[in-house]
Design a protein around this ligand. Sequence first.
Ligand SMILES: Nc1ncnc2c1ncn2[C@@H]1O[C@H](COP(=O)(O)OP(=O)(O)OP(=O)(O)O)[C@@H](O)[C@H]1O
Ligand SMILES: [Mg+2]
Length: 578
Amino acid sequence: MINFRYVELKNFLSVGDNPLRLDLNRHPTTLVTGRNGSGKSVLVSDSLTFVLFGKSYRGINKPALINTINQRDSVVEIEFSKGNDVYKIVRGQKPARLEIYKNNAALNEEAAVRDTQAYIENDILGFDCNSFIRVCVMSTMNYTPFMQLSAFERRNLVENMLTLKSFSEMSKIHKANVSNLKERITSLQNDLSVRKATYDEKNRTYNLLQQIDSDRTDSIKSNLKGLGEKLEFNEEVVRKLEIQIEEANLQLLNDSALEYKGKIQQIQREIREYEVEISQAEKKVVYFKDHQDCDQCHQSISKESAIESISRYSAIMSDHTSAIENLKTRLKVVGDKLDEVNAKIAEVKELDQDLSFAKKSSNVIATDIRKKLQELEKPQASSDEAVRIKNEIDEVRGQIKYIASKYEEACAQKDVATIASELLKDTGIKAGIIKQYIPLLVGYVNHYLEQLNISIKFSMDENFNESITTRYANEYQYQNLSMGERSRLDLALAFAWRQVAKLKGSVYCNILILDEILDHALDIDGTTAALSLLDSICEDSNIFIISHKANLDESVRSIIALEKVNGFTKIVHQKQTI
Ligand SMILES: Nc1ncnc2c1ncn2[C@@H]1O[C@H](COP(=O)(O)OP(=O)(O)OP(=O)(O)O)[C@@H](O)[C@H]1O
Ligand SMILES: [Mg+2]
């Protein structure tokens, strides 16, 4: 509970340089009197809203609150206790000041007290200006009774009174949170599909590269197989040729050829010798045909001898001729054999050439095989690319996993925020709390209405729609009531709210100001009833009644009379009546 102790004004509205102090914790009921414009509202209403909230009660702008005569050093100071702490707030203009003291130590010098006004309302008082006015300052000047508020204003007021504002704030936060999370989820979903598409594409490329690699390896292997078969075949050819060449025995053939050549030369020599001898014999025959002497010694020889020589030489010629024929026949045989051997030698040489060609082929094939084997072992360009893409795939997979976890996290957070925002809606927790308090409020209102001697029954639903029943009509609206009846209902509602606020601890303080509230519509009965009601509910409050009504002195415990002296408000009279 806030226990206000005093408020002190200086150069504020009609108060001048001499500070005017009002003891706020004085007597249960205080009547503040004075002529119009004497400064009653300044002293009790404007001073409080200004010092606590920086606003004038009557709704004028701040510079206009400075006393127009002195025009400077306008200060309002208030002191109050809360629990065991004593606070003092000093607010001024020209120069601007806002100081908070807690047990005489200045607070707003602390770094923590950044937004001083928010600190005053949230951390010290526990209520804002609207709630304070609703519960503590009823005035004809700037006070709209609950019944004249719009549905929105009523809800706002109820939420303030029942300290439900934080639910609305939380609801806003959660709603914003839900929409942020929705955006995040959509963005994560998009991110996921992009990454998945990248992942699929990289996988496709990777598989293609793998395929290319395996195709290349298969092709090399099949080449190797072909080369191997070729080499085997070639080696077989080499082997066969070698066998053939070995079997042909070139040495033997060459020896035979030499031998045949020697025989041919021998036969040709023999033929030539026979031919020389035949030619000599032929010459002898010719000689002895024409001569009767020895061709050597030229002694004459007989005809017979010559004939016998011709015959002898002819026989030699014939023998030799047939010997030559025989030799030629032999020469032909030997020549044929030599040809045969030479043909075989040529055949072997051809085989030899074939062999060396086959061997060369084997070498070429073996070189090709070695090259292909090296190619097989060589790291492939595509495998480097495949390794790079595999790493990228792993990276993208990791990213997908991370984003998916963030996505799940965001979905879970969104579910929680959605539930929280549902609970915090007007129809959620707040409706439950309001439902609890409305019967309480209505109970108080009807209780106070009874005490204010008015026989109407008031009720209100969860949407703050009132229904009024009187002795004469079942369904009345506020506007159906007379001004005096409205005044009593307004008072009953104001007191009821004060009670609810006190129970809820939202606005719980020791002052109540009624600025000309009792003056207008209330008749004598109404005023008396209101005063006696005030007396009964004021056990821990100080009630300030500003009124122009006469004869109220007896109904209050103290009186303050104000007057303007030399243009400045002054307390001219104070007295305790009881
Ligand atoms: N800035 C200011 N400087 C000096 N006086 C001002 C200033 N603003 C208003 N006043 C005067 O202060 C006086 C105080 O008015 P206030 O409303 O307190 O009177 P009141 O006693 O409540 O009168 P009423 O009975 O008519 O309500 C008025 O005469 C008004 O003209
Ligand atoms: Mg006034």
